[in-house]
Design a protein around this ligand. Sequence first.
Ligand SMILES: [Mn+2]
Length: 352
Amino acid sequence: MKMVFRWFGEGNDSVSLAQIKQIPGVEGIVWALHDMPAGEVWPLDRILEVKQQAEKHGFHIDVVESVNVHEDIKLGLPTRDTYIENYKETIRNLARAGVKVICYNFMPVFDWTRTDLFKEMEDGSTALFLDKVKVDNMDPQELVKSIANDINVTMPGWEPERLKALSRLFDAYKSVTRDDLWNNLHYFLQEIIPVAEENDIKMAIHPDDPPWDVFGLPRLIVSHENVRKFLNLYDNPYNCITLCTGSLGANPNNDIVEMIHEFHERIPFSHIRNLKIYEDGSFIETSHRTEDGSVDITNIVKAYHENGFSGYVRPDHGRHIWDEQCRPGYGLYDRALGIMYLWGIWDALQSN
Ligand SMILES: [Mn+2]
């Protein structure tokens, strides 16, 4: 298990590389050029600049999250080929800097969805929360407005240019069925995976968050069966998943331990976090501790250990504790606590 930590870049994160350095066992940062619009080629000099900043603190930049997929690719529009060519060029540039894994997702319009970014918990900490009933009955424009009021930073997946085009995008998706979306994903994989293989970069799709259709938009990477379907769609060791226990774990029918046993060879990167599911299907992101939520973090780490997992792991999100001012889900303190919990389980297993 190689521990890594998401960092949003110089001037774009409340957490510094010097602080991350003090968390035990973190060897690399998970990063992206967050100002690059989806579909554009990431310039090599910008990539090397991040590499230099990271290396100054002894970190590697092996894992990129995310290189966003342009909506035209997901929609299967004729313009997709240009964006796919650009994506290939970005893969080549990232390989030149030594990158090993690219995390991406194939969710229509929205990246992750939540209704509250700072929902207060019983102990006074706050955390990301999804009210399922609210989302099921909400107009997406409303959600965007309330999220925009909550924060003053641009979050990945919620970039202004994407949100401005919201109604146009929803219209475009009206004619896209679930099967169409699978076909468009297949087309993308057929183009991208050979280039990833040539450049020794694993393409690791992130599951859809939450793992069900949102606002009438179809979602694919939501269950054990669909992950299997995805991996078989292009059966190649470079076509992989980012196993996110928080995303898949929001559906209690998903047995993540079983998924790890079946798919571990195709999991180069894992997000580990816990969440608590309520009776109506809503959920809140809790501490990493198994007892605090609905996801069996202990047995998840155990399943990785049993399979000799040597991929990258990061604590996904954390709560906001000790009055920390930070990006929603991306504070220093609770993610650092999460890391120590993961190491605690791992090291106990190692010593047996
Ligand atoms: Mn995740």
